[in-house]
Design a binder for this molecule. Structure first.
Ligand SMILES: [Zn+2]
Ligand SMILES: [Zn+2]
Length: 329
């Protein structure tokens, strides 16, 4: 019974706080006619104030992502991004101490909702990265970063991602006293921080966020001392605050999300208008058979079913016969 009373009070406070945020947006909306958040050229939405202008959106983060994600979103749609510290590691960690379940998109949405719940806000943001060998080039490591915007007031989710092979990752096995200089150059240390753990046997200690040679030497000695084979495993710390090359990819994904939020559905006005699919089938220059190359993109709305086809090549564009199954089987 006591729990129910608590929940009722909590819920009432939440709704009041969310209403204040929405009211504030409405008031600001009427007197910011020249704000950058005012759309000028989105079809019939010219001069209408963006629905997120002046609203608060909470960014769930433990690793300092606010400077990467907040500014582009604030510039694009006028939303005020505030960081809320939640234990997103419970949803899985880069270091593998906690295994991830579900797709990166599901994880990012769950992270955003953790923050929204703790801050009692209807708008939330989170990011999720996956660093793995590139499917097309298995010897190259690619970083794919996804940033999601969850609007539980309108019931929409908008996300964008960015991939890059410029991520710095390195790994080595060492004994105390080994010459680590070549490895440290490859790992771009100390700009990129390191993690040290025992190479075999016990799973701990795991020393994270190592940013100087003194800490590294101590960690290698500690981890090697407990390892069954007397060696320590040293690898890049891929958490956002420890990995500048990853931060650049997160910032790029946030920039794409900002542009997408600024684009609104020509039919219903919901934010998040953008690419939802491609149409393949470009005619071969020699025989006219369609090859798998895309000829148009489909833009769509996250709130309604409206779709529009946008050609990405001219009507007389033809595919190279080298790609054709008939001319070059
Ligand atoms: Zn729509
Ligand atoms: Zn052909």
């Amino acid at each position: 019974m006591i729990q129910e009373v608590h929940f009722a009070t909590f819920y009432t406070e939440c709704m009041a706080r969310r209403k204040r945020s929405a009211d504030h947006a409405g008031r600001r909306g009427r007197d910011i006619g020249s704000s950058p958040a005012v759309l000028r050229d989105a079809g019939g939405l010219a001069d209408s104030v963006h629905p997120y202008s002046g609203r608060i959106a909470v960014l769930s983060t433990k690793h300092g992502k606010l400077p990467l994600i907040g500014p582009p979103l604030e510039r694009a749609v006028g939303v005020r991004v505030e960081a809320v510290v939640v234990d997103t590691d419970s949803l899985g960690t880069f270091t593998g101490d906690v295994a991830r379940v579900g797709s990166p998109l599901d994880t990012a949405i769950a992270k955003a909702r953790l923050g929204m719940r703790s801050a009692c806000q209807g708008l939330g943001i989170a990011s999720e990265g996956s660093i793995a060998p590139d499917p097309a080039m298995p010897f190259v490591v690619a970083d794919r970063e996804l940033v999601v915007f969850v609007d539980d007031d309108q019931g929409i989710v908008v996300w964008e991602s960015h991939s890059s092979c410029d991520i710095v990752t390195a790994r080595t096995i060492a004994r105390p006293g080994d010459d680590l200089d070549p490895f440290l150059v490859r790992a771009d240390f100390p700009a990129h921080r390191l993690i040290v753990r025992p190479n075999s046997g016990p799973m701990s200690p795991i020393v994270k966020g190592i940013a100087n040679v003194g800490e590294l030497t101590v960690a290698v000695a500690e981890c090697a001392a407990v390892a069954d084979d007397g060696q320590a495993c040293i690898e890049s710390d891929l958490r956002a605050h420890a990995c500048p090359s990853r931060r650049a990819v997160i910032a790029a994904a946030a920039g794409r999300l900002a542009a997408r939020l600024a684009a609104r559905c020509p039919l219903c006005g919901a934010p998040g208008w953008g690419r939802v699919g491609v149409i393949r089938g470009l005619p071969c220059a020699w025989c006219g058979t369609e090859v798998a190359r895309p000829r148009a993109e489909i833009d769509g709305c996250v709130a309604c079913d409206y779709r529009a086809t946008r050609p990405i090549v001219s009507t007389d564009a033809r595919a190279d016969p080298g790609e054709c199954q008939v001319c070059n089987p």
